[in-house]
Every structure is written in C-alpha cells, then in structure tokens.
Design a protein around this ligand. Structure first.
Ligand code: FAD
Length: 469
C-alpha cells in the first residue's frame, strides 16, 4: 500500500497523527505539504503574517523531524485541487490520508479533491483529530446540535472516554524512488514579502511540548483564579499550537486531566470544550463565517465611523484596556481572552461598528487566528452568537480593568504613554487633573461610556423589537 499523508497546516506534528500512523502501518509513506497560493501567494500571506510565521516555523520543524525518522517532507507549490490528484496519480498512490477540516471552504476543497481522486481510483480518507469528538456527533435528544454550551459540554463529557494519544512513529520508510518531483524549499518569510516578528511564539512540535509541559507542571493549579487576570501569565498560551496542530487537542486534554489540578484543571478542560463547541457550531452552520447566528441581527444598523474604527484598531480609543488589547495584538499576535472580550464588546457596542470588521482584523493579526473560534468569540461578544453574552449586557471597560488588571500592569505594558499614570487613575486617566493628563500624551475617550451604552441599547432595542428581558 502506498499512502500520501497530506499535512494541511492544522496537524503539523508527528505524535498523535492518525493519518501518519495508519500510513506507516500499511506500507509506503509519502509526506506532502502543498504551498497553496490561497495562503502562500505573497498578497495572501500579507493578510495573515503572524500565522504564516508560526506555520513556517512549524513546517521546518516537521521537515526536520520527518528526516530524522528516515522520511522526507515533499513541499510542492500549486493549488491543492490540482496538485493532490495529479501527484497521487503520478506517484501511483493507493490512498491520500489527511485530517478533516470543519470550515466550509475546507470541506468544499475536500469534496472536489475526493471526486478527482476517485476518478483515478484513489481514495481520500479523512481522519478526525482537530476536535476531541467528530464534528456533528454531539446531539441532543431530538438529534439536533445544541444551541447552548452547558448541555453541549455535558453531552460531550459523557462521551469523552478518549483512547490514548498515538505515539510518534519510531521510524518511517524512505519516500519511494521517483516521487521527488516538483518540490520546492519551504519559503522564507522574505520570499513571501514578510518580515520576522521576534515577539511571536516559536512554532514546531518541540516548542509546543515544552509549553504544554510547563503549563501542566505549574500554572494549571492556579488557572481557575488566574485565567481572567490580564496582568498574570495564568493561561496555557497553547492556542496557536492547537490551531496549527503542533499538539493535538487530545494530547492537551489528557495532559491536563492527568495533572490532577482539581477545580482549576476542570476549568481548563471546560475551555477546551468551548473550543470544541465553536468547531461543532461551524460544522453545523457553515454560514457562521459570514452571518450572525441570531437571524434578527442580520440587518443590524451598524454605524460607519472610519475615525472610530481607526482609533480602535490602532489602540487610541482613550480606554486603556481596549487600547492595550489592540496594541498587544499587533505586537505579539496574541491578546488575553478577557481583553479580547472587552475590546470586541467595545467595538460592537460602544462604537456600534459591525463585529465582522473586528473579526477580520483579529483573523489577520492573531497567531492563533482560527475561523471557528474567532467567529464564535466575536459573535459571543457582540451578542449575536450561539449562547452569546446577552446583547443588553455591556462590558464597562473601566470596571473590567479595575477587576482584572487591578494594578494596571497589563495596561502599562502595552500602553507606554500611561507608564507614569498613578495606579488610581490607570483605567480612567481622563479623571486626572487636566495638567497631568496632557503630560501623558494619551487620547481622551472617543465615546462616553454611559452615552455609548444608551445608544447601543436604544439601537438594539429598536432593531430587535424588545428591551432587556
Ligand atoms: C473576540 C474573540 C476572538 C477570539 N479568537 C480566537 C481565535 O481566533 N483563536 C483561538 O484559538 N481562540 C480565540 N478566542 C478564544 C480565546 O480568547 C483564546 O483561545 C485564548 O485567549 C487563548 O489563550 P490560551 O491558549 O492561553 O487559553 P487558555 O485559557 O489556556 O485555554 C486553553 C485553550 O482552550 C481554548 N479556548 C480558551 N478559551 C476559549 C474560548 N473562549 N472560546 C473557544 N476556545 C477557547 C483555546 O484553544 C485555548 O488555547 C477568541 C475569543 C474572543 C472573545
């Protein structure tokens, strides 16, 4: 049996890789990565620079790890739709093995490739692994997808008797003679017109394992208390590893479950179930990448406000936590979850701007930018998603700052203009006496919290036809 193992950017690892394990057990293995212009054309790569940097790191690590086992990663430029069926036929493969994607465009790609391969008598076999349970498999008593997280998590939990993660193969056969055509080196960032951001996490399986080990060996114990604190490194920082599959979610789940971290450990597993929920939602309702889950939000009267948008995106709204989030995003390709929620809510509710503007901006700059989770996070924050924050609950960015960044350390790290601001004023610097305010070189608030809140509530009430429940 000759198998192509098609690595597709969400499974850049050797451990717990079902397609690779299956191929290795059944004969010859040809590891393939396609440099599809959908992501790798320079004009496309510029739209996701941090994700590309992490991916290239991870790809280089995968290439080295495969070589270490005696195999070789064949990197081939071209459109997957053309390259995969053509190479499978040329290389006389019996099957192409890959992990399933939940996104509608990935599903459509796979449908078309399966058809083309089928014409050659070659099977495309998709394996689960991006999620803990197969998307679409967690249903309520009526056989429908859950619309509320808690019963979804309960139903998923009952089924989560996971088989042990698969070990990485100890050795692999060399790629068959004659299969090394059309390959190209892994591009550099410069090849794609990008420059290195030294503040990003390193990609690759080894760096991912180190992060996992560090988290389950320590901070997981305090996760329950620290996860919301923007000023503390209390979360796992594994989101990019889960996004690019340098770790499988099953490995993370099992390592966290084995850590014996009590209630904190359970809180962490619950967050992995939020990840699971967002993927199952997108599987069920592919239109969520374009449309709000709540139909009554579909023609919502969002404002057009270029100045407000620019202030939000650049971190110049005058609200310190909102601005810290914007700047952390651009600098590090990451934003603390609490800060994501506050910033997203501010865009949609305080500025009344279409949440999809922020969703696209996050997808561009986040290293962990993931279609399912980002869309769910934005819709949750805007109040239009499945089991979302109710639309009439509006985060007060000052109160959020006081509670989750009490000394202002998070704000001071990302908004250096406020480095000298007294802690008592750090989340509302406009309350400083006027003379001292000017010396901070920090903008006045772009909107007044109380007025913006009233404006959103009035607009939403008018559109949705009812007031707060
Ligand atoms: C507006 C908005 C946009 C978001 N966009 C993304 C995104 O593009 N990619 C992404 O991975 N996460 C996204 N999230 C969810 C969350 O903010 C990040 O997963 C988390 O901050 C990553 O940090 P961590 O790995 O240290 O998380 P931890 O707290 O250590 O959590 C462990 C893992 O659980 C998952 N997770 C945690 N919180 C959530 C959540 N609320 N929803 C879904 N999964 C969760 C992530 O995979 C995360 O790595 C978004 C949230 C919001 C509010």
């Amino acid at each position: 049996m000759r198998s192509i193992v098609w690595f597709r950017g969400k499974d850049l690892r050797l451990a717990d890789h079902a397609p690779l394990a299956e191929a290795a057990a059944s004969g010859e293995v040809i590891p393939l990565f396609v440099l599809d212009p959908f992501f790798f054309a320079p004009e496309r790569a510029r739209e996701l620079p941090h994700r590309i940097q992490f991916l290239l790191d991870s790809l280089r690590a995968l290439e080295a790890n495969l070589a270490h086992l005696g195999s070789r990663l064949l990197v081939v430029p071209g459109r997957s739709l053309e390259v995969v069926p053509r190479l499978a036929a040329q290389w006389k493969a019996d099957q192409v093995l890959a992990h399933r994607w939940v996104e509608p465009f990935g599903r459509e790609r796979d449908r078309r490739i399966a058809e083309a391969l089928d014409r050659e008598g070659i099977a495309l076999r998709l394996f689960e692994g991006e999620t803990l349970l197969p998307p679409g498999s967690v249903r309520n008593g009526q056989g429908a997808m859950f619309r509320v997280f808690t019963p979804f998590a309960r139903a998923a939990g009952i089924r989560l008797d996971l088989a042990p993660a698969l070990p990485a193969p100890r050795a692999l056969p060399p790629v068959p003679e004659g299969s090394v055509f059309e390959t190209a080196p892994i591009p550099t960032l410069a090849d794609l017109g990008l420059s290195l951001n030294p503040n990003l996490q390193a990609g690759g399986e080894r760096a991912a394992r180190t992060r996992l080990k560090a988290f389950v060996g320590g901070p997981i114990v305090d996760y329950g208390a620290d996860r919301d604190r923007m000023d503390r490194p209390g979360t796992s920082r594994l989101s990019a590893d889960l996004k690019f599959g340098t770790l499988s979610v099953r490995m993370v789940w099992q390592a966290a479950a084995a850590a014996g971290a009590g209630e904190s450990g359970r809180r962490f597993l619950n967050e992995l179930l939020w990840r699971e929920f967002s993927h199952h939602l997108l599987w069920e309702w592919p239109e969520l990448l374009e449309q709000p889950f709540r139909g009554d939000f579909s023609s919502f009267p969002w404002r057009v406000d270029e100045a407000g948008w620019q202030a939000w995106a650049a971190g110049r709204t005058g609200y310190p936590v909102v601005d810290a989030a914007a700047r952390q995003l651009l600098a590090e390709g990451f934003v603390h979850n609490r800060a994501r929620m506050v910033a997203a809510s501010f865009l949609a509710k305080h500025l009344l701007l279409d949440y999809r503007l922020g969703e696209a901006h996050y997808l561009k700059w986040l290293t962990d930018g993931d279609w399912a989770q980002n869309s769910a996070g934005w819709q949750w924050s805007a109040g239009c998603g499945c089991d979302a924050q109710p639309w009439f609950r509006i985060f007060n960015p000052v109160a959020q700052g006081l509670k989750f960044d009490p000394d202002g350390a998070y704000v001071k790290r990302w908004v250096p203009e406020l480095a000298d601001c007294p802690t008592a004023f750090i989340h509302e610097p406009w309350k400083l006496p006027r003379g001292r305010r000017v010396s901070l070189d920090y903008p006045e608030p772009v909107v007044d919290h109380a007025l913006a809140r009233q404006r959103f509530l009035a607009t939403a009430k008018g559109h949705l036809g009812r007031g707060p429940a």
